[in-house]
Ligand binder design. Structure first.
Ligand SMILES: Cc1cc2nc3c(=O)[nH]c(=O)nc-3n(C[C@H](O)[C@H](O)[C@H](O)COP(=O)(O)OP(=O)(O)OC[C@H]3O[C@@H](n4cnc5c(N)ncnc54)[C@H](O)[C@@H]3O)c2cc1C
Length: 427
C-alpha cells in the first residue's frame, strides 16, 4: 500500500555531498530524510558493499544515531509528483514523500562513447570497473587496458591494481602538454598534487586513443593509436571512460533547465531558481569529492536556515571551484578520434541494438527516436542520448515523467489523482 510521509528536508543521494548536507542540516533540529539508491551510503567515490567499510562508514553511523535523521538506502526517487512531493521506490514498496526543502545530491554518471567492440563482454566504463571491484568481482591476475580521458582513468587503474590485476596500459587521449600544465598547476591544492603523484603509473601514455576492442565471445585485445602509430595489446578487460556527466533528471523534472554537461545552476548558497530546492556536488558541475563535500555542507546549512554558518564556508567552496576550473581548462575533452573510429555497424544504442548506420541520416534526437528505437530501452537514452549530444551536438532527450524504471507494485499503488499521465520508463 503506497503511503505518504513528510520530512522538513529531503536529501537525494548519499555520496560526499549528501552525507555532508545531512550532517549539516541535522544540527538544526529539523527532520532530515536521506535517500540513496545504492545498498550502502558513500556514493561513487566511497562505494562499499554491505558489511564493508569506507570513508562513509563513520559519517553514516553518526547520522544513523541522530534522532532527527532517517536514512533510506536502496531507495530511488523515480518521479516528481509536485513541487514539494516525489515518489520513492524501494524493495518494500513505493511511497510519496513530501518535503519543505529539497537538496539534490544526485552526483554524476560516466560519459560512455561508442567505438567498435565496446559492447563485447569484458568492456566496461572505468567507474564501472571500480564499482564491480568494490562490489566483490575478482580481477586478480587479469590483464586490463584502461582508455579514454580524465583523472578517473588513473583512479580506476589503481583500484584494479590493488585488487591484483595487471594494468597493461592507461591510454589517455589528451596531449602530454595539457597533462603537464594540469599537473604543474596542482601546487595550489597540495593534497591533489600528492594524489596525482601516487596514482601515476609508468604504463600511462598521453595522446593515445582507443580505436577498437577486439575478440569474438569476449574481449581479447584492444587496438590503440598513439600519435601516428597503431598497435594491438592483448588483454582480459578494457575499461573506458571519457569524463563525467552531471545527473540532472530530478532538477529537470522540477522544471529547472540545466545546461547540457554543466549541471544544475545554483547561487553561492547552493540554492536553485526554486527557493525551496538546493543542489550540491557533481550534479552542479564536475569537480571532485572536496567540492561535493563543501557544497553539501553549505546546502545543508542554508536549507535548514543556518545562513550565517553557510556563508562562512564560501571561501572553501571558491577554492574547490578554482580546482574544478583548473582541471577543465587543462584537461580538455577532445572526442574527435573516438567519433572517427566509429564504423557503420558500431552500436550506438546498446539497449535496442541500433548501429551508427541507422542513425546516419538523422539530424537530431527526436528524429532518431521516430525512425528507430534509439533511446527507448531501459536506460531511456541516458547512455546513447548523452553520447549523441557529445559526438554530434544533438539536443539531449527530454526527461520522461518516470525518470527511472520502477517496480510495477509501486506504480500500481499510486493514488489515481497522483499517477503519471503517461509513463515511458515503467517496467
Ligand atoms: C562511476 C564513478 C566512479 C567514480 N570514482 C571516483 C574515484 O574513485 N575517485 C574520485 O576521486 N572520484 C570518483 N568519481 C567522481 C565522484 O563522483 C566524486 O568525486 C564524488 O563521489 C561526488 O560526490 P557526490 O556526492 O556529488 O556524488 P556521488 O558520490 O555520485 O553520489 C550521488 C549518489 O546519489 C545517488 N542517486 C542519484 N540519483 C538518485 C535518485 N534518483 N534516487 C536516489 N539516489 C540517487 C547515486 O546512486 C549516488 O549514490 C567517480 C564518479 C563516477 C560516476
Amino acid at each position: 500500500m503506497t503511503h505518504c510521509a513528510h520530512t522538513n528536508i529531503l536529501i537525494l543521494g548519499a555520496g560526499p555531498a549528501g552525507l555532508a548536507a545531512a550532517g549539516a542540516a541535522a544540527t538544526s533540529g529539523r527532520s532530515v530524510t536521506l535517500v540513496d539508491d545504492n545498498s550502502c551510503p558513500g556514493g561513487q567515490i566511497w562505494r562499499m558493499r554491505p558489511g564493508g567499510q569506507s570513508q562513509a562508514s563513520p559519517l553514516a553511523s553518526a547520522l544513523a544515531r541522530s534522532p532527527h535523521v532517517q536514512i533510506h538506502q536502496g531507495t530511488r526517487c523515480v518521479w516528481v509528483a509536485g513541487s514539494h512531493q516525489v515518489m520513492l521506490d524501494a524493495e518494500q514498496g513505493g511511497w510519496l514523500q513530501t518535503f519543505d526543502q529539497l537538496i539534490i545530491c544526485s552526483g554524476a554518471r560516466e560519459l560512455l562513447l561508442p567505438f567498435p567492440g565496446w559492447t563485447l563482454p569484458g568492456v566496461t566504463g572505468v567507474g564501472g570497473l571500480q564499482a564491480l571491484i568494490k562490489s566483490g568481482v575478482s580481477v586478480k591476475g587479469q590483464r586490463i587496458v584502461i582508455a579514454g580521458s580524465g583523472p578517473l582513468l588513473l583512479a580506476s587503474a589503481r583500484t584494479a591494481q590493488q585488487a591484483g590485476a595487471t594494468i597493461v596500459r592507461v591510454a589517455e587521449q589528451a596531449a602530454a602538454a595539457s597533462l603537464a600544465r594540469a599537473a604543474i598547476g596542482l601546487w595550489r591544492w597540495p593534497n591533489k598534487l600528492q594524489q596525482a603523484v601516487t596514482l601515476f603509473t609508468p604504463v600511462h601514455r598521453p595522446n593515445c586513443q582507443v580505436l577498437e576492442a577486439t575478440g569474438t565471445q569476449k574481449v581479447e585485445g584492444v587496438r590503440l593509436r598513439q600519435g601516428k602509430r597503431e598497435h594491438h595489446l592483448a588483454c582480459d578487460r578494457v575499461a573506458c571512460g571519457f569524463g563525467l556527466v552531471p545527473n540532472t533528471e530530478v532538477a529537470q523534472a522540477l522544471g529547472l533547465t540545466p545546461q547540457a554537461h554543466q549541471g544544475i545552476a545554483v547561487n553561492d548558497l547552493q540554492q536553485t531558481q526554486l527557493t525551496h530546492v538546493f543542489a550540491a556536488g557533481e550534479c552542479t558541475g564536475i569537480g571532485g569529492a572536496e567540492k561535493a563535500w563543501v557544497e553539501g555542507e553549505i546546502a545543508g546549512l542554508a536549507a535548514s536556515g543556518q545562513w550565517e554558518l553557510a556563508q562562512k564556508k564560501r571561501a572553501e567552496r571558491a577554492r574547490w571551484h578554482a580546482f574544478a576550473r583548473h582541471m577543465q581548462r587543462n584537461w580538455p575533452a577532445d572526442h574527435s578520434a573516438t567519433a572517427a573510429a566509429m564504423k557503420p555497424d558500431t552500436l550506438v544504442c546498446r539497449c535496442e541494438d541500433i548501429p551508427a548506420a541507422e542513425l546516419a541520416d538523422c539530424t537530431g534526437w527526436i528524429e532518431a527516436k521516430l525512425h528507430t528505437r534509439c533511446g527507448m530501452g531501459p536506460c531511456q537514452g541516458k547512455v546513447c542520448g548523452t553520447a549523441a549530444a557529445t559526438l554530434w551536438g544533438w539536443q539531449p532527450p527530454p526527461v520522461g515523467q518516470l525518470m527511472h524504471p520502477c517496480r510495477i507494485g509501486s506504480l500500481a499503488n499510486i493514488p489515481c489523482r497522483h499517477g503519471p499521465a503517461s509513463s515511458t520508463a515503467g517496467s
